[in-house]
Design a protein around this ligand. Structure first.
Ligand SMILES: [Zn+2]
Length: 323
């Protein structure tokens, strides 16, 4: 049988070409959990406000978003599905585990074996995400499946705590074809993450690295591109009065011929970033103000289309699994 690539959304599998204009690292829903206990501004669970926010972005051209909240971090897959049904924006849900600051020092994952972690992540991908977000030993599965494994990496590269989680994700990728996505703490550690995952058998083009535009270093980014992995630049609105490092990196990537590995996102994981909560810049920003800024720096509609449409369709498609 011929393998047909697909992207796994909360409402079912779709052809990669159907994804369209995509934000590659978002947080549409954060419904409690440790992140919200640490920072109440992270709470994103008001269906009316979130619908309004997503509709405004859809009006600006958004067609899909990858929600990057992994297990036991405030996932609510039913709410994501409801938002997708209401707005017709394709949404992809994640499994995996976040940075240790969001799982804490006594988390169940610290006592799980690598195989047990792989089985939990794989069940979210193949069967369905736990209604209770793996917050406890009782699991009740929804009908909504995860389409990406998100991994929280530590400063400078995977820590002792991170390594079994990364290896478990690599095993799940080899078993299911699911794409992998990492959090780079302060933008660092991307190369070490790629090395660990490719060492465990994952092809680099199945990996995407987020937050790396926090490090405005051309050599670091060239090395990531040479590794074959994708990047998600998601810091566009966070530069204040300083020179915009995200725009600088985009210019360099274009000059170096690496736009085929760049995706964009907002990582707008706070009420204070969303217009529907009275915040700034609002989810539509990348397609409005920031697209104008990119245009002014020579990143024309064709370049933006690669980053918003063509690259996500490849980066978030499931790979064929060797049998
Ligand atoms: Zn994020």
């Amino acid at each position: 049988m011929t393998f047909v690539p697909f992207v796994r959304t909360v409402l079912g599998d779709i052809a990669p070409a159907a994804l369209g204009v995509t934000y590659a690292h978002e947080h549409l829903v954060i419904d409690g959990g440790r992140p919200v206990a640490i920072e109440p501004d992270f709470q994103l669970n008001d269906v009316e406000r979130l619908t309004a926010e997503l509709r405004a972005a859809a009006t600006a051209g958004l067609e899909a978003a990858i929600d990057m909240m992994p297990a036991d971090c405030g996932r609510n897959p039913e709410l994501l599905a409801e938002l997708s049904r209401r707005t017709r924006v394709h949404l992809v849900a994640a499994t995996g585990l976040h940075h240790e600051k969001f799982t804490g020092p006594v988390h169940w994952s610290l006592r799980a074996t690598e195989d047990e972690l792989a089985d939990l992540f794989a069940a979210d991908v193949e069967t369905a995400i736990d209604e209770r977000d793996y917050t406890g030993p009782i699991v009740r599965r929804t009908s909504i499946r995860a389409g990406v494994v998100k991994l929280g990496g530590s400063l400078g590269g995977p820590s002792e705590r991170d390594r079994p989680i990364f290896r478990a994700a690599a095993a799940v990728h080899l078993r299911t074809g699911v794409p992998l996505h990492t959090h780079c703490e302060a933008g660092t550690g991307g190369l070490e993450q790629v090395r660990l995952l490719t060492g465990a058998g994952v092809a680099p083009e199945r990996i995407s690295l987020s937050h790396v535009d926090k490090v405005v270093d051309r050599g670091y980014h060239r090395a990531i591109f040479e590794s074959g992995a994708f990047v998600v630049y998601d810091q566009a609105f966070r530069w204040g009065d300083a020179a915009n490092g995200t725009l600088q990196l985009l210019e360099w990537a274009a000059e170096d011929g690496h736009l085929g590995q760049v995706m964009l996102g907002l990582d707008a994981a706070r009420q204070s970033y969303l217009a529907a909560y009275g915040g700034w810049p609002g989810l539509a920003f990348l397609l409005l103000g920031f697209s104008d800024q990119m245009e002014a720096r020579g990143l024309d509609a064709a370049a933006r289309r690669r980053m918003f449409v063509d690259n996500p369709a490849r980066a978030f498609a499931f790979a064929e699994v060797a049998r």
